[in-house]
Write a new protein. Structure first.
Length: 384
């Protein structure tokens, strides 16, 4: 019999991001695989009910109301801890997506409930920094397993003293049936829908319009590249009220440098899979990146990626094979990569030919989530 799984995630639908998307798809997969799944998350707005069912999964919202913020994650800690202790009879194993408040709440509650905990490492530096800051230096290490979304995070966990037997490479995964190379007909339809000329070389940035995503460096690089037939699509939400929000600054930059004809801001896109058929190159110029889910989605779609040589992006982007790597926060280097791929159609096709094969084995959600399900069953087995 499958154990009852509680997925802890600070934010959930309708909040959109790599962490939230992975939590939702993991919960949906486990439900389809016969698990009883429940999601515990934070209240965001009064318009969302405290309890609802989404795709067969029960979602409980608790704690203070508030939009996505760094402080909001920590405000949730005592509420999550209390809920976990009071409702221990309702679940058999806990999967805490990300460290910080939810992870701490899960591990602390485990000392009272005995329920096993998987911590899913989503943030670089989280474990080492956490272990140094907290008085109880072994607080995270009490977790039963660490599901790391990159090899760098796995190394970080081992360096913090987590036994290798408890460290598992389980990346954020992609539905390879939705993200796939487009046929010529699909490409033509996608371009007509977006009113893109057939001869345009389309570059796509997907992510929050946030400073650490490298959007301002991309704006400067695009100004330097100045390609006659290049078009840059920027897909993602502003971070209104957040100190790292660069949406207004990016739009002002485009206006100031007369780039309106070659840069389009699309806003938040519910289904980016519909964008990739129209795209020639994806760009992920992050300052740091735990994994880079949108880059995997691009490669799965047969789209080569220009990315910063940082973090989890190094796990799957091979310079000159499926994309181009450049130093982070270096607009001239990024501009050089942009010009290279915009101007050289043969290079784009060669990189595209290797794109999907480079991620199909390690990042297919059917493979990753199946391994996740096996780990959950293993942890929930009664101990002798």
């Amino acid at each position: 019999m499958n154990p009852r799984v509680l997925v802890l995630t600070t934010y959930f639908r309708p909040i959109v991001g790599g962490v939230e998307s992975n939590a939702e798809r993991l919960a949906r997969y486990l439900h389809t695989d016969g698990f009883v799944v429940r999601v515990l998350t934070k209240r965001v707005t009064h318009s969302l009910p405290d309890l609802e069912e989404i795709d067969g999964v029960r979602v409980d919202r608790i704690g203070p109301f508030g939009e996505r913020s760094a402080v909001g994650k920590w405000e949730l800690l005592p509420f999550a801890f209390g809920w976990l202790v009071r409702r221990a009879a309702a679940y058999d194993v806990v999967c805490a997506v990300d460290y910080r408040a939810m992870g701490i709440a899960a591990v602390l509650a485990r000392t009272l409930t005995g329920r096993p905990v998987i911590l899913q490492a989503q943030t670089p530096g989280g474990l080492v920094i956490g272990l140094l800051k907290w008085p109880a230096i072994a607080i995270y290490r009490r977790a039963d397993a660490f599901a790391c979304i990159s090899h760098g995070l796995a190394r970080e966990a081992r360096a913090a003293g987590v036994p290798p037997s408890r460290v598992h490479f389980l990346p954020n995964a992609v539905d390879m049936t939705r993200f796939h190379p487009a046929s010529p007909a699909e490409r033509s339809v996608a371009r007509r829908r977006l009113d893109i000329a057939p001869e345009a070389v389309v570059c796509l940035f997907v992510g929050r319009l946030s400073r650490e995503k490298g959007l301002m460096e991309l704006m400067e690089a695009w100004r330097l590249a100045r390609s006659a037939n290049g078009l840059l699509l920027v897909a993602g939400p502003d971070m209104a009220g957040h100190p790292w929000d660069v949406g207004p600054a990016a739009r002002a930059f485009v206006d100031r440098h007369d780039l309106r004809g070659s840069v389009r801001f699309l806003g938040s896109i519910a289904d980016v899979a519909n964008l990739f058929p129209a795209v020639d190159v994806a760009v992920q110029p992050s300052h740091f990146e735990a994994m880079g889910l949108s880059a995997v989605e691009a490669l799965a779609s047969g789209v080569p990626v220009i990315a910063s040589a940082v973090g989890g992006l190094l796990d799957f982007i091979v310079d000159g094979t499926n994309g181009k790597l450049c130093p982070p926060q270096d607009p001239p280097a990024l501009a050089m990569c942009l010009r290279m791929l915009i101007d050289d159609g043969a290079l784009r096709r060669r990189l595209s030919d290797h794109a999907r094969a480079s991620v199909i084995d390690a990042y297919d959600e059917r493979v990753v989530f199946s391994r996740f399900a096996s780990l959950l069953r293993q942890l929930a087995e009664p101990r002798a």
